[in-house]
Structure formats: C-alpha cells, structure tokens
Write a protein that binds this ligand. Structure first.
Ligand code: ADP
Ligand code: MG
Length: 363
C-alpha cells in the first residue's frame, strides 16, 4: 500500500468506527513526514487497529522509545484514553504508602470480607524490544533472565515458590493439564495464539515459547512472563483488606526489581507498556464481586457496565477480558484509569467504587 492508500483506509475506519482511537488521532501530515523506515515502524504499531477496526485503542508500542519517536501520533491517543487535556503536562507520580488510608471492604458490609482481590502491574525491561517486536530467541533469552531472578526470589520466605514454564523443553516445563489447571484457577494467562488483536501486533508470536509464570508457596504472589508485557506482577488474596493486598504487591515487586535489569520508564508516562491503556502505574486492581441484581443473575452486563462507568470503573467477566459473568452474577470490577493516577489513588478508587456499586446492588 502507498502512503496515500493507507491514509485513505484509516480515514474510512475513522468514519465507520469512531471509537478507534488510532483512526481518530491518525496524523497524516506526521505520517507523510517520516522516512520509509520510520513509516514502516509506525505501520507496525498501528497494524492492530487497521486490521481490527473494532479496536478501542488500535495501537501497540513495539519498542519503549516508540512513545518518544512517535509522540505526535501516540500522545493525543494516550490523552484521549486517559482523559488528560492537551494543555495539561503529564508527569506520572507514584505513591505506595499503603498505610495512609484504610481500605477495608469488610467495613462496607461484612459480606465483603471474603471477596477475591487481585492487583497487577505491567513491567517491561528497557533492554529488550516490547513483546510485539521480540524474536523467538529474545523471548527465550528474556524468560531465562526472569527465571534466573525467580531462582533467587525462591529464598525469600514471604515470596518463595516455583517457576512454571510452557516453553517446550524448558527445565521448568509443565504439562498441558497443569497449564489448564492454572488457567482455571485464574493464576495463569490464557492461550494468546487465537487472539486477533495480539496476533496482528505480533505479541502472541512464537507461542508458547518464552512463556510461563512464577507462583509463591502461598499462591498469593504471581508473575506472568511473556504475556502482553514482559512481566505482569500481581498479588491475589481472598479477603477484604485492600491495604494488605497492595502492601504485599509492593514488597514483592521491590524485591523482584533488585534481581532484574532496569525496567522501561519515562518521566511523563511512568511505566512503559505494550498497550497505551496500561501506561503510568501499569496497574489494574480488581475485585470479583457477585452482583446478581445489577446483572440480572449474570445474564446481562449492560446495567452494571453503565453504573460502573460513571464511577470510573470497568467491568469484565469472571474469566477476565472478553469473558461473560460467572455464577450468581460474578464480575470483575477495576478502576479504568492507570496514567495520571498514583497506585494509592487506584486503591481508593477501587474501594469507593465498590462501596457505591454495592449500595446499588443491595438497595
Ligand atoms: P489483566 O489483563 O489485568 O492481567 P485479565 O482480564 O486478562 O487481567 O484477567 C486475568 C485473569 O485474572 C483471569 O483469569 C481473571 O479471571 C483473573 N482475575 C482478575 N481479577 C480477579 C480477581 N479479583 N479475583 C480472581 N481472579 C481475578
Ligand atoms: Mg489482559
């Protein structure tokens, strides 16, 4: 395709799919101003949004420096998604002071003392391309670096555990049944090789090479290797105390970080991630809540999604993104914002949003 044909095609996506942020903010003048090599790179970044016009973001970064190199195109998309006006400077702040505010869900209602809580952060190493641009050898090399770090983390009494790989021939390899069991337990990520968005972006390439997960003895600290970002570091606990959940993640993350090469970050965007929706804190903090009234027993997510949206929350199904509600209207709620909010603001938003939704549910 010539640059003119590409510009034309994106124009028709913009008309047909107004939610596609890549098409909405496609900058034809900037695109024309690039040399052939840079234009090719930008094409790879936006391929997902061109081949999947129903995308919401429609772009994945391939290298952490893409956010600088292609800022005239990406920055307006990022601001649009994260609701940051063009005139407001972006400077991601961090705050992990988990004791400053009390977020105990049991204080809202004793029935919320035993919910499933999860918080994850996305991290990428500065020394490798982002997953969409990694070669098979780089995926395996990265997994070896990560598993080397885990072999040291094993000695930490609070975070010791095991590394499970799905790379064929890995010394840590698990069989298909064990993999399925970990996916059903919400611990391991799903097979990415059938995902049309990740396929076009190259993120799911070479599946299952370079993929695996670390899990602590207590099964409450997990690290995904080789999903949409190099690492997804998370804690999962059943209970109601968000402070405990976040503090555990922070301690584990700090330890793991000392065992790894530097993460990719920028002053403006904080943690650099494949998908611009995850920039900033890189954090998604979620609760699995049973909301039978708001979901009409789990058959219809329309109302809960609408109520949640006005509270700054996103709703996913019980099996994660693109899944349906589970038994008794079980859904996954999480604050939508990740860039321009601190980790502690996300914790507070999850708490406040859960309290407001619960009030509607039990009204
Ligand atoms: P993310 O993209 O944030 O990593 P996904 O939507 O892909 O999350 O979900 C990953 C897995 O985590 C899925 O199995 C999902 O059901 C599970 N999960 C998410 N939140 C919770 C929670 N609060 N409790 C238990 N499992 C959860
Ligand atoms: Mg995901």
């Amino acid at each position: 395709m010539t640059p003119d044909q590409i510009i034309e095609q994106i124009g028709s996506i913009r008309t047909a799919q107004p939610q596609n942020l890549m098409a909405r903010h496609f900058n034809a003048a900037f695109f024309r101003s690039l040399d052939d090599q840079k234009r090719q790179r930008l094409m790879e970044i936006i391929a997902s949004g061109m081949e999947n016009p129903d995308s919401q973001m429609g772009a994945y970064a391939m290298h952490s420096e893409d956010y600088d190199l292609f800022a005239p195109m990406l920055d307006p998309m990022i601001r649009d998604f994260h609701a940051i006006p063009a005139t407001t400077p972006i400077a991601q702040q961090h705050d992990w002071n988990t004791t400053a505010q009390d977020c105990d869900l049991g204080e809202i209602d004793p029935r919320l003392k035993e919910v499933s809580m999860r918080v994850r952060v996305a991290r990428n190493l500065a020394s490798f391309p982002l997953p969409g641009a990694m070669s098979k050898d780089q995926r395996i090399e990265f997994e070896n670096i990560a598993s080397g770090a885990f072999m040291k983390l094993i000695n930490d009494p609070a975070f010791g555990g095991q590394y499970l790989s799905i790379t064929p021939g890995s010394p840590h390899e698990i069989d298909a049944a064990e993999y399925d069991r970990r996916v059903s337990a919400h611990q391991m990520f799903k097979d990415m090789s059938g995902d049309p968005y990740l396929n076009v972006a190259g993120i799911s390439a070479d599946w299952p090479f370079g993929r695996g997960m670390y899990v602590s003895e207590a099964q409450d600290f997990l690290v995904w290797v080789g999903e949409e970002d190099h690492l997804r570091v998370m804690t999962m606990l059943r209970g109601g105390n968000l402070n405990t959940l976040f503090a555990h993640l922070h301690t584990g993350l700090e330890h793991l970080q000392t065992l790894l090469p530097a993460f990719a970050t920028s002053t403006a965007y904080g943690n650099l991630t494949s998908c611009p929706t995850n920039l900033g804190a890189g954090m998604r903090a979620s609760l699995h809540l049973q909301l039978p009234n708001l979901t009409e027993n789990g058959t219809d997510l329309t109302r809960v999604k609408q109520e949640a949206k006005s509270l700054g929350l996103a709703v996913r199904g019980a099996g994660g993104e693109h899944s349906g509600a589970g038994e008794g209207g079980l859904v996954d709620i999480s604050p939508s914002a990740r860039l321009g909010v601190t980790e502690m603001e996300i914790m507070q938003r999850l708490y406040d949003g859960a309290a407001a939704l619960w009030k509607l549910e039990t009204a």
